[in-house]
Write a protein that binds this ligand. Structure first.
Ligand code: COA
Length: 148
């Protein structure tokens, strides 16, 4: 497995990973448009995990001032629990440091325990909770941070 910076041609593969990671998406979520938007945004760093030519995971973060804001992280279901999510997050931390970020932040659904466990493992700490609304649905997000 190798982790490399994503290119625009990875858009379809990234969308496939996102839709096959077991994450719940709102009906209106367009995975391909989302990945194209990410890859075209100069402030975003997008990394992909590849096994031979197969894209099996991805992560993205946006540099805002001295902060890296982690956006998406997903691993194909059949490749989960093999350390790929951890490796992608560690690679983001390394890239964020290279970009002179001082802090890395993210927001995660309170019930997404597999992601929360992963972030805890890397030393992220919960700094606040936020209540969000998506249509009629209400959900609680944890904001987590790590100083770099
Ligand atoms: C969250 C996600 C990226 C983890 O990827 P992964 O490659 O399976 O994670 P890893 O194998 O690197 O696991 C690292 C740690 O995360 C935690 N973890 C991962 N999967 C877990 C699970 N099913 N249950 C509990 N903890 C879990 C564990 O602490 C694990 O360490 P351990 O294996 O030593 O116990 C993956 O489950 C996924 O794609 N989920 C859907 C998308 C998502 O929720 N993204 C996060 C949005 S904020």
């Amino acid at each position: 497995m190798k982790i490399v910076l994503a290119k625009l041609k990875d858009a379809k593969d990234i969308a496939k990973v996102e839709m096959n990671s077991g994450y719940w998406h709102d009906k209106s979520f367009d995975a391909l448009q989302n990945s194209i938007k990410l890859l075209k945004d100069k402030k975003e760093t997008v990394l992909v995990a590849k096994e031979k030519d197969n894209t099996i995971g991805y992560i993205s973060f946006k540099k805002i001032g001295n902060t890296a804001d982690l956006g998406f992280l997903a691993v194909l279901q059949e490749y989960q629990r093999k350390g790929i999510g951890l490796a992608l997050t560690k690679a983001s931390i390394k890239h964020a440091k290279k970009l002179r970020c001082k802090k890395i932040i993210l927001s995660v659904n309170k019930y997404n325990l597999r992601a929360i466990n992963l972030y805890n493992k890397l030393g992220f700490q919960v700094t606040k909770t936020e209540e969000k609304r998506l249509g009629k649905k209400r959900y609680v997000k944890l904001v987590m941070e790590k100083t770099l």
